[in-house]
Every structure is written in C-alpha cells, then in structure tokens.
Design a protein around this ligand. Structure first.
Ligand code: HEC
Ligand code: HEC
Length: 404
C-alpha cells in the first residue's frame, strides 16, 4: 500500500470516529471530555475546567528557600479539588460546617473570635491562619505540633467530634460513610477523575488534595517583600521603608545583650531567632513561649504549644490582628499585648515554675525583660505591619467555588 493511500484511509477512519463520538451523546465532545464534565460542574460550582487557576506554578521570590512540600507537589487539578473540599459543608455530619467556616479568606484564613464553633460546640484552641504553610522548616502542624505532616493534619478536623463530626465512634458516622456521601455527589466524580485519573474517592486522595490547596495559599506581595527584593539580606535598611519600619526591622532581627538579671541593656529584641525570616515561620525546635492556658474551670497549664503560624499577615492592613486574637489560647487581642508578653516573660503561675520555657526567652536562667521603650514598641509594630500582603485576601482562586 502506498503511503498516500494509507494516509487517506487513516483520515477517513478518523472522520468516521469523530462523527461516531458526536452522535454518541449529542454533545460536541472534545478528546478530554471537558464539555460533558463542565455540564456536571456548572450547576454547582464556579469552576471552568478548561481554564483552572494557576496553583502549581505561582511565583515564589528567590529568597524564599524553606519548603515542606515533601512528595506531594501542587497540581492545578489537585488544588482545585482541595478547594472544593475545603469549602464543602458536606464534610460535616450535619452539612453546616466547612473548613472555610473556621478559616476565612478575608482574614488570612483565621476565624473571628477567640474559639471556633464546630458542629458540637467550641474548639479548645484558637483557629490558625493558613498563609504560607508550605514555606516553613517546621513540617508539623497544629499549635502543639501533634500532626506530623500537613497530609495527616488535613483530615483530622473532619473526624473531630467538636469540629465536623465524622468520628466513627458512639454511633456517629465515620470516614467510610463520608466517602459514600461524597460518592453520591456528581461533581466529585469529575474532580477526582481529572486529578487522579479515575473517580475513586479515598481518604488518602482527600489528604493529598486538601494539602495541595492549603499549601497553595501564599502571600508574597507585602511591603517587606518589595523591600527585601531590593537588597541582598535582611540586614541593611530597606530603601522603601520608613525610618520607623527600618528601626523595627532591626529590633526584630538583632540579638539582645542582657545583664545577669535577664534585663536587656542593649541590642535588638531577637524575635527572628524563633520566627525565622524571610518566611517568618517558626523554628522547628521552639519550646513554649511562656504563654499559659488558664481555663476558668480547671486552671490547667497548657505549655505544650510550641508552634506559631507564620507572622506574615498576622496583622490586617489596619494593624489589627486578623481574626482578633493571638496565641493558641487567644490570650491577647492586640499586638500591644503580645509585645507586653515578650517584654516581661512570666516564669511561674500560682506556684508552678515553667521549666519548659524556651531558653531563647531566658538570660542567665532568668526570664527575659526586654525593657522596650514606647517608641521601640511602635517601631516593632510598624515593622510587623509591613509583613501583610494584599492578594491572598481577595484572589478568587482561594475563594468559595460554590454557586449558592
Ligand atoms: C470548627 C472549626 C474548624 C474547622 C471546621 C476546621 N478547622 Fe482547621 N483549625 C481550627 C483550629 C481551632 C485549629 C488549631 C487547633 C489546634 O492546634 O489544636 C486549626 C488548625 C488548622 C491547621 C494547622 C495550621 C498550622 O500552622 O499548624 C490547618 C492546616 C487546618 N486547621 C486546616 C483545616 C482544614 C483543611 C479543615 C477542613 C478539613 C479545617 N482546618 C477545619 C479550626 C477549625
Ligand atoms: C523562643 C522562641 C520565640 C521567640 C524568641 C519569640 N517568639 Fe513569638 N511565638 C513563639 C511561639 C512558640 C508562639 C506560639 C505560642 C502560643 O500560642 O502559646 C509564638 C507566638 C507569637 C505570636 C502569635 C501568633 C499568632 O498567630 O497568634 C506573635 C504575634 C509573636 N509570637 C510575635 C513575636 C515577637 C514580636 C517576638 C519578639 C519580641 C517573638 N514573637 C519572639 C516563639 C517565639
């Protein structure tokens, strides 16, 4: 058979195949079924399958080096599935609570209020911002670092009695029932198919997708970033900063000189030794910072909390704390109170001595007294405000994808 004849037959066969697939369902089908899939998505979700937002290849500044992606790289499809799961109230037993109920985009994915309301009451700790979770040397999650990875963390709220309720205990539905529930929702067939190649819903796939979405939430358009890009390190003054902001930066970064009583006599206030720039994520070996947990009913001291979210976007653009409360117990509701805490670290409470306080907050075995002046506090606050970005609060790709 001549080459041209062979080509001719292939073309004819091709035409037959195309017309056959069209007459199949009456919908003009392209090869990857986008249009039929889109028809399933459209009634429920504001997602265009042929133009997914960019999650996989977002710009990350070259001075950012810490990354805990750890074998679960972000794909546009996986993060899209994660986004839908994150905003889906079907993940709670009574269809009233989504991850996003306690992690609100407009306040850096924190919650309003000291504690968060789940399906069966209030959480014991304050909700955490979910900004730049990927960019951290610490790969453990929660205030007390009890989850050994984001993948492990991502489904624990679903199984928590207070939060979303799929505990599988005391007659409550568990994960198998949740999977059956999600299997009855057509849009998940499409989203699992485009992410993993088939419709199967598993716990592991949910972990991968939720983690990809959470890791995709990034914020690098702050005044700090603008300045940091102009210089080689955090040391020199940033050209775009005011004098107060540069002084505050210097206080944050520089080591402290103490006298034998643990009182600062010169130098900076060294927040950077634990809240590591340029990510401002917590050092992995941090101990507690002397902030107690005193519940009215039991006066328990809870000093197991050694993680802080990144200090990026801790403050909103007006200088208020995103969500209103700082620390695992929401002990402080202004940045001034936070600075007062570090200014004079307590070392005992009702006779209990806090042996577990991080040594970096002690000098000569005395809890630190920073002796910050009012002006120094203002400078430090001016600097903390430069860590706040803009896009993360409004970008549609991290917003609610549901139509109603
Ligand atoms: C009822 C409110 C509530 C719901 C629902 C909820 N969270 Fe949280 N989230 C919290 C609280 C409170 C914490 C801090 C808990 C702790 O440390 O014990 C937290 C912590 C986290 C952290 C840890 C961040 C860090 O830096 O260590 C991540 C990640 C997270 N949540 C993601 C999710 C995801 C994903 C979902 C949905 C599957 C979800 N959350 C549902 C309230 C909630
Ligand atoms: C020993 C390490 C260490 C040092 C030094 C340190 N911190 Fe912290 N920081 C922590 C830990 C641990 C937490 C979480 C503690 C908790 O919730 O009980 C935290 C929490 C915070 C929070 C609350 C974050 C949130 O999301 O609620 C702010 C703000 C903060 N630190 C600012 C500072 C500033 C400003 C300095 C310098 C004056 C500083 N820190 C020095 C370890 C440290």
């Amino acid at each position: 058979m001549s080459i041209s004849l062979r080509k001719y037959i292939f073309v004819v066969l091709g035409i037959i195949a195309i017309s056959f697939s069209c007459s199949d369902d009456g919908i003009s089908n392209d090869t990857n079924d986008d249009s039929t899939y889109q028809d399933i998505i459209d009634p429920v979700l504001k997602i265009n399958l042929s133009a997914l937002p960019d999650y996989a290849n977002q710009d990350v500044p070259n001075y950012i080096t810490r990354d805990n992606t750890n074998g679960n790289p972000i794909t546009d499809e996986g993060a899209t599935l994660g986004r839908v799961l994150f905003y889906d109230k079907n993940l709670s037993v009574d269809n009233s609570i989504a991850c996003a109920t306690c992690h609100k985009q407009e306040i850096a994915f924190a919650d309003t209020g000291r504690f968060s309301e789940g399906i069966n009451g209030f959480t014991e700790r304050t909700s955490m911002r979910l900004v730049n979770n990927r960019f951290s040397e610490e790969f453990r999650y929660f205030w007390d670092e009890r989850a050994i990875s984001l993948e492990e963390q991502s489904i624990l709220p679903i199984q928590d009695h207070i939060e979303m309720g799929f505990t599988g205990e005391n007659g409550n539905p568990g994960f198998p029932e949740l999977i059956l529930k999600l299997e009855s929702l057509e849009y998940y067939k499409v989203l699992f198919e485009i992410t993993f190649g088939d419709e199967m819903i598993t716990r592991e796939r949910m972990q991968l997708a939720l983690s990809q979405f959470v890791r995709s939430i990034q914020s690098f358009d702050s005044k700090y970033d603008e300045g940091r890009a102009m210089v080689q390190s955090d040391g020199p003054d940033f050209p775009n900063f005011t004098e107060a902001e540069n002084k505050g930066k210097d206080l944050f970064m520089r080591h402290t000189q103490f006298n034998m009583q643990g009182v600062r006599v010169s130098g900076g206030v060294a927040c950077a030794i634990c809240h590591q720039p340029p990510e401002f994520s917590i050092v992995p070996d941090s101990k507690n910072n002397g902030n107690l947990f005193v519940e009215d009913q039991n006066s328990d001291l809870d000093l197991t909390n050694t993680k802080s979210p990144s200090l990026r976007d801790f403050l909103d653009k007006n200088g208020n704390i995103n969500g209103g409360f700082a620390m695992h117990n929401g002990a402080f509701n202004s940045v001034n109170e936070v600075l007062e805490h570090y200014n004079e670290i307590p070392d005992s409470f009702q006779g209990h001595v806090f042996g577990s306080i991080d040594q970096r907050l002690k000098a000569f075995n005395n809890p630190q007294k920073l002796n910050m002046t009012a002006i120094e506090k203002q400078q430090l606050i001016a600097f903390l405000k430069t860590l706040t970005g803009q896009d993360v609060y409004i970008n549609e790709k991290w917003s609610d994808p549901f139509k109603d």
